[in-house]
Design a protein around this ligand. Structure first.
Ligand code: PLP
Length: 405
């Protein structure tokens, strides 16, 4: 075989597999222990009734010759693209049209695939810590350079540290990147950029002719009026920013699979238009998100759907707040939990993995070591509000006791 050698450059296994293995080993040795899992960022509430109803109706349509749907349009059904354009963008005064929205099976694939539209020598900048898909997908494409296991960094990646010293706000890099990944609200820190702070990045990208790849997967969790729900709320973003959205965290579609990417037609260079290239890519490599899922996505925007998914988001946010407040009260240093389901805490003198082991073996709580999200995540730890309220409160009590030990 002649393999893509860049895959071999990826260090270790994916963060969550390592966590899974450690948790399994501990549980096998201690079967009587009841673990509380606040680690992985998966939702736990069932799909809301208005969406289940839409799913059932769409399934029934598929069983009837007159309403059956075959291949979906590869860019998405216009009923969904138009609703998104209107509800998520035009109502927020963002100048986005339906034909700039590309429906997909989720934000992960789009975040991972978008890099193939850019040259192999395009330089990427990422917040550190951040969702690992941005860096790993560029490693696979041969864009990241060499990995240094001591510093945990790639030679060809520009890291933008987001740490307590800079209040988790990335600073503009000294070296010019071609692509800038921003995740707002950020996974894993749960921190955000305000519209004013984001404007700095939009102006910078325009001045440097860079493209911002903006991941707004947690948009539904924003409560602060200063934090934009879309990058297109910032003037000038149409010519420099791509936005990723997901139905996973707002409507519980992690297992249903649906998302979309917005590429304004204005993002062009001498060589062509990003919008047209992505359309071409979809046409060649993707046969469209399933009709059933897209009907379910449409139901998210119905009156009942909105109310129901809003209640789910509030439920998770109550958990996140309980974690944030409980841990802060107990003397942990924490951020997040206000515009995000994630709480990010400092582990003091322990490394992230030492803290993980301590929490697992002494408090029986599973979280995510911050170092898995990038070198600046070392000495931090992520907990999520996606558990049940009861378990969340119990986990916080256990962590309070651990602090007193
Ligand atoms: N983007 C971020 C920042 C995420 O944290 C996640 C999932 O955890 C995703 C994208 C993936 O979204 P999807 O389920 O739509 O693929």
């Amino acid at each position: 075989m002649k393999l893509n050698g860049y895959y071999q450059k990826l260090p270790g296994s994916y963060l969550f597999s390592t966590i899974g293995n450690k948790v399994k080993a501990f549980q096998d040795e201690n079967p009587e222990v009841e673990l509380i899992r606040l680690g992985i960022g998966d939702v736990t509430l069932p799909i809301a009734p208005a969406i289940i109803k839409a799913l059932h109706e769409a399934v029934d349509e598929m069983g009837n010759g007159s309403t059956f749907h075959g291949y979906a349009p590869d860019l998405g059904y216009s009923f969904l693209r138009e609703t998104i354009a209107q509800e998520d963008y035009q109502k927020r005064n963002c100048p986005i049209e339906a034909d700039e929205i590309f429906i997909s099976d989720g934000a992960k694939s789009d975040c991972g695939n978008i890099q193939e539209l850019f040259a192999t020598d395009a330089k990427i900048a990422v917040c550190d810590p951040v969702y690992p898909v941005y860096v790993d997908s560029n490693v696979m494409a041969g864009r990241a350079g060499e990995y240094d296991p001591v510093s945990g960094t790639w030679s060809n990646v520009i890291y933008l540290p987001c740490v307590r010293e800079n209040n988790f706000i990335p600073e503009l890099p000294k070296e010019r990147p071609d692509l800038i990944y921003l995740c707002n609200p950020n996974n894993p820190t749960g921190t955000t950029l305000t519209k004013e702070q984001l404007k700095v990045w939009v102006d910078y990208a325009k001045a440097k002719e860079a493209v911002i790849l903006y991941d707004a997967a947690y948009e539904a969790y924003i409560t602060d009026p200063d934090v934009p729900h879309s990058i297109y709320e910032v003037d000038g973003a149409r010519s420099c920013a791509v936005e990723f959205r997901s139905f996973s965290k707002n409507a519980g579609f992690t297992g249903v699979r649906l998302g979309f990417t917005v590429i304004p037609k204005e993002i062009t260079s001498k060589e062509g238009s990003l919008h047209d290239m992505w359309a071409r890519r979809h046409g060649t490599k993707y046969n469209g998100a399933p009709y059933i899922q897209q009907k379910a996505g449409l139901a998210v925007y119905s009156e009942e759907g909105r109310r129901e998914v809003g209640e789910q988001v509030s439920y998770y946010m109550r958990n996140a707040r309980a974690i944030y407040e409980g841990l802060t009260e107990a003397g942990y240093e924490a951020v997040g939990g206000i515009n995000s389901p994630y709480v990010w805490l400092h582990t003091g003198t322990l490394t992230s993995w030492e803290f993980f082991d301590q929490l697992l073996t002494k408090a029986y709580v599973v979280g995510t070591p911050g170092s898995g999200f990038g070198p600046s995540g070392e000495h931090y730890f992520r907990l999520t509000g996606f558990g049940t309220y009861e378990n969340t409160v119990r986990a916080v009590e256990r962590m309070k006791r651990l602090k007193r030990l």
